[in-house]
Design a protein around this ligand. Structure first.
Ligand code: AMP
Length: 472
């Protein structure tokens, strides 16, 4: 079904076509007509499904009907996501004269005030805190907002924005259309939704427990003190395109990035302690292939849209299964293919079990025959790792589940499921990539799941440039 059949006006269909899309994704096909009809909406859609266009396109269609005031507001949890939504909206609106703006914290407020006061916008994308600051300084009026979007709403609640959301909701006209996009519905959000939405239509296309089909998953059991070595080994031996490595803590991300850099990888770090311009540079460097590896906390696990991420590596097992799904959703976006590896130290096996229960499937275990799993910790490393783990238990770096008992040492890393030994040169398992046959041998229960042994481990191309070696 073409976009025009969804009832979108011609300039937007042209904009979408210019952006390179020919067919609406399932969430777009369902949500666009509902939003155009004026109904409130609750949509559970995975990131990577095209959900941004699912709300932006019908909003732009509505705005085209006239009036030059702030009439549509999109609230979103992070600056990166806000910037990305604005970019998408500008793209789709390029054949209209609609004006689109974005405001978020962490950068000086005067230019944002000037934008709103002097130029005005039809559609504003904002993070909640900065929006309230600007409203408090009378830089904008929310009196004429006709459509409100709460994007990644569970994340906003998770990040403590519920009171800000309530304050913003009080400032908006009650007679408006509200669209809520959220992977999950925590009780706090459910309360806000009940207070805010009127007879909402529901679209639930891709429950968060289902990662996109193109993602191959594997768990790498490894002692904690050898995780950095294993990562270095994998990066060196595997042909990768863009790689995102997730850690639980900001400190852990910074330290790992430095360590990888010392070992010759081109790396940037993305976490909450970095300035906005550093964060933007890290993302654009990854997008442009100037770096191979982005080490990030969960701040990057939602919404961030970078093409050609071939590998997501969970250096630490994420706090919650939902975070796992979001992290690995950074690869395999809209019909693409990707690999998601999770490094699991013995004390993290409980969390992996939780993820597997959530996914209703066992993730194959993989061990590398040419990696020394018995290597001793380097002097000082063990102490640092313990500090790291202590601080990651203390607080959440953006996920749920902090403070859970993570000290279980009874189940060793490889005790659950099959452990498969993978040699370099394994071909991707049905990912449409390399042509070499898998050379794998299974340990413990060789009869089960041996076919999923390769997990995208591909021989590193000798001459490969960053873009040239993408799909392996
Ligand atoms: P989102 O879920 O909004 O983060 O979108 C994920 C990716 O899908 C982005 O790179 C979009 O540019 C892309 N995208 C959005 N709509 C379509 C479409 N109809 N066909 C192909 N790709 C799309």
């Amino acid at each position: 079904m073409p976009f025009a059949a969804l009832g979108l006006p011609a300039p937007l269909v042209k904009g979408v076509r210019a952006a390179g899309y020919t067919q609406p994704t399932p969430i777009q096909a369902k949500a666009i007509p509902l939003v155009l009809s004026g109904r409130d909406l609750i949509a559970a859609a995975q990131t990577g499904t095209g959900k941004t266009a699912a709300f932006i396109l019908p909003i732009l269609a509505h705005l085209l009907k006239g009036g030059q005031r702030l009439r549509a507001l999109v609230l979103t949890p992070t600056r990166e996501l806000a910037a990305q939504i604005e970019t998408n909206a500008r793209d789709y609106a390029r054949f209209t004269d609609l004006s689109i703006g974005v405001v978020f914290g962490g950068v000086p407020i005067p230019p944002q005030e000037r934008l709103l006061r002097n130029h005005g916008v039809d559609l504003l994308v904002a993070t909640p805190g900065r929006l309230l600051d600007l409203q408090g300084r009378q830089s904008l009026s929310l009196d004429e907002v006709e459509i409100l979007v709460l994007d990644e709403a569970d994340r906003m609640v998770d990040m403590g924005f519920a009171p800000d959301l309530r304050r913003i909701l009080k400032l908006l006209p009650t007679n408006r259309q509200t669209l809520l996009f959220s992977a999950t519905m925590p009780p706090e959000l459910n309360k806000v939704a009940k207070e805010t939405l009127h007879d909402p239509a529901r679209v639930d296309l891709a429950p968060p427990s289902r990662p996109a089909a193109g993602i191959t998953q594997a768990v790498y059991p490894v002692p904690r003190h050898l995780k950095t070595d294993l990562l270095h080994h994998l990066l060196r031996e595997t042909d990768t395109g863009g790689v995102i490595v997730f850690t639980r803590t900001k400190h852990g991300a910074a330290r790992l990035a430095k360590n990888l850099e010392r070992r010759g990888h081109s790396v940037s770090a993305l976490h909450g302690d970095r300035t906005q311009s550093q964060r933007e540079r890290a993302l654009s460097d990854l997008r442009r292939g100037r770096i191979d590896v982005l080490v990030a906390t969960d701040i990057a696990s939602r919404g961030i849209d970078v093409d050609d991420i071939t590998h997501v590596i969970n250096f630490d097992v994420p706090h919650t299964p939902e975070d796992y799904v979001h992290r690995i959703g950074r690869t395999g976006r809209v019909d693409a293919l990707g690999d998601a590896f999770t490094f699991m130290s013995p004390d993290e096996s409980k969390d992996v079990t939780g993820i597997e229960r959530f996914l209703a499937r066992t993730i194959p275990r993989v061990m590398l025959p040419d990696f020394d799993y018995k290597a001793r910790p380097q002097p000082g490393a063990a102490g640092r790792e313990r500090d790291e783990e202590r601080s990651s238990r203390g607080g959440r770096s953006g996920g749920g589940g902090g403070g859970r008992d993570r000290g279980d040492r009874s189940s060793r890393g490889s005790s659950r499921g099959v452990v498969t030994v993978v040699r370099h040169g394994g071909s991707p398992s049905g990912n449409g990539g390399g042509s070499r046959p898998a050379q794998s041998q299974s340990q413990s229960q060789p009869q089960a799941q041996a076919s999923s042994a390769t997990h995208g481990r591909r021989p590193k191309a000798a001459d490969s440039t960053r873009r040239g070696k993408r799909r392996i």
